[in-house]
Design a protein around this ligand. Sequence first.
Ligand code: SF4
Length: 214
Amino acid sequence: MEREITEWYVEQISKHVVEALKKNGFNAYFVKSGKEAVNKVLELIPKNAKVGIGGSATIRELKIPDILAEKGCEVIRHDVPGLSPEEQFQIRRRELLADVFLASANAITLDGKIVSMDGTGNRVAAMAFGPKMVILVAGVNKVVKDLEDAIWRIKNVAAPMNAKRLKRNVPCVKDGMCKDCNTPDRICNILLVLEKRPSLTEYHVILVGEELGF
Ligand code: SF4
């Protein structure tokens, strides 16, 4: 019973956010599970497309890059082990000009704004301009009330966990709370707020009724 009520609530709040995203010019969809999200991504991406992958725990968790490679897409990703810093840099530049860019958002507000923050900026750059199509997959855990909550979530939920994953030497890794650090390893340097769809980019946002990513 409790589970059914939770699922009902998640669906209601997600539908509200999807409508708000649509009003802001994004194509937006609610799906119940990660599996359905993968199917939606596969439906949207043309065969043989060049697909850039933004650093995203959500996309990795759903194993989408491997599935796309099996489908015949050229997958461009800088987050594979063993690459030199120079190789990663060059791949990040290629991701910016992919046919499709696939990533997640750090937060989506109830009124349909998409909020993300990067240390390097390649992901937020591609989310704003470059690839012809952007597809974002976000778990319902990314939904927040407003812009202020979005920035709080990024600095005190997403960034500490990402910094821990990336083994960064930053204060939030010690206790999970942002100290607005001034360190070379800082991962919160560039804030992107998509209030409306970037005018030259085809945009798809898939909101998933499960907790995914950071
Ligand atoms: S500003 Fe620094 S301390 Fe704060 S979340 Fe970002 S990396 Fe962590």
